[in-house]
Design a protein around this ligand. Structure first.
Ligand code: TYM
Length: 327
């Protein structure tokens, strides 16, 4: 049976890119294998979040996962910091990756440029190695992520292969699974750039926490391209993005939607899209609110998840230590 694994950070600004590119995809994987979905809380330390904020957002993420349809009876849900094997393996893997490779990571280059002091932290630089450990400790086969994480999964593959070549087959070499729809949702105000939690221009991001009126006004104000046809193409990045979002929320393909709006204007298209997204997110929010009320249940889910995750990861760690000569 295949093992599927992925994670979403608890930094408090989950947006429709996270939903369409990752969380919504994960739900489908639950019937296809053994799933592990986790909150990489250690990764979030590189923005030095306020302690209370991190605690709150970690539980929020669990409630969002449930709201999106992740079933804790089928999938392991855990917090990264509850399984020390992830961090220990990260330290070991640091010796099988070079600074040159980490310097080439697009996300590191972007973030280190945009941020002030925290852009220079080793925790940000080393983030892809912890991610590799998150994956390799669980022998995961399939990693469903958005396009922006492809490079990190590629690096994980390289690390796994390098290690296997030296010590014999130890790690499963994982594959990224990137959906056709919504794997790179762009910023509504700046469709050349992806929607991102760390973006300061929050008008371009539709957050899972946004009220329906806010969602509608953000979509109404979304930039469009010149011309008036509603068609996906390379020279129409704004409309292509809106069509992708429409497809993601309606479960229809882009061609069908183009056909529906063949002789219609941007205004009607955007109004319908805004209603669609606002309705779907309101539904998710209702479920979120219900789940979030019972904090004890959320903590229990993490506890149970960590117990199972610990068993899997610590076994792999024992094997790795043995291979490299730690006694
Ligand atoms: P994070 O928290 O930045 O994002 C969570 C998931 O959302 C996807 N995503 C997007 N998809 C489409 N359009 C966008 N604009 C968009 N923005 C984000 C991301 O690709 C991701 O799938 N390093 C990871 C978390 C992580 C992880 C792992 C994932 C840590 N260890 C091991 C998989 C396996 C991260 O920060 O994702």
């Amino acid at each position: 049976m295949k093992r599927i694994l992925s994670g979403v950070q608890a930094t408090g600004k989950l947006h429709i890119g996270n939903y369409l590119g990752a969380m919504k995809q994960w739900v489908k994987w639950q019937d296809k294998g053994e799933c592990i979905f986790f909150i990489p809380d250690l990764h979030s330390l590189n923005i030095r979040p306020k302690p209370q904020h991190l605690k709150n957002e970690t539980l929020n993420n669990v409630a969002w996962l449930l709201a999106c349809g992740i079933n804790p009876d089928k999938s392991i849900i855990y917090a990264q910091s509850h399984v020390s094997a992830n961090s220990e393996l990260c330290w070991i893997l640091n010796n099988y990756v070079t600074m040159g490779e980490l310097n080439r990571m697009t996300q590191f280059k972007e973030k280190s440029q945009k941020r002030g002091t925290t852009g220079q932290l080793v925790g940000l630089f080393d983030y892809p190695v912890l991610m590799a450990a998150d994956i390799l400790a669980y022998s995961a086969n399939i990693i469903p992520v958005g396009e922006d994480q492809r490079q990190h999964v590629e690096l994980t593959r390289d690390i796994a292969e390098r290690f296997n070549n030296i010590y014999g087959k130890t790690f499963i070499v994982p594959e990224a699974a990137i959906g056709d729809i919504g794997s790179r949702v762009m910023n509504l105000a700046d469709p050349e750039n992806k929607m991102s939690k760390s973006d300061n221009n929050q008008n371009g991001n539709v957050l899972l926490f946004d009220k329906p009126e806010t969602i509608k006004s953000k979509i109404a104000r979304a930039v469009t391209d010149s011309g008036s046809t509603i068609e996906a193409s390379d020279n129409k990045p704004a409309i292509t993005n809106l069509l992708q979002i429409y497809a993601g929320f309606s479960d229809r393909n882009v061609k069908e939607i183009e056909k529906k709006y063949a002789n219609k204007g941007y205004k009607e298209f955007k109004t319908n899209l805004a209603d669609l997204v606002a309705d779907k997110i309101s539904e998710l929010q209702k479920k979120f609110e219900k789940n979030r009320k019972n904090q004890e249940i959320l903590k229990k889910i993490l506890e149970k998840g960590a117990q199972k995750a610990n068993i899997i990861a610590s076994k792999k760690l024992v094997q790795v230590k043995e291979r490299i000569g730690l006694i």
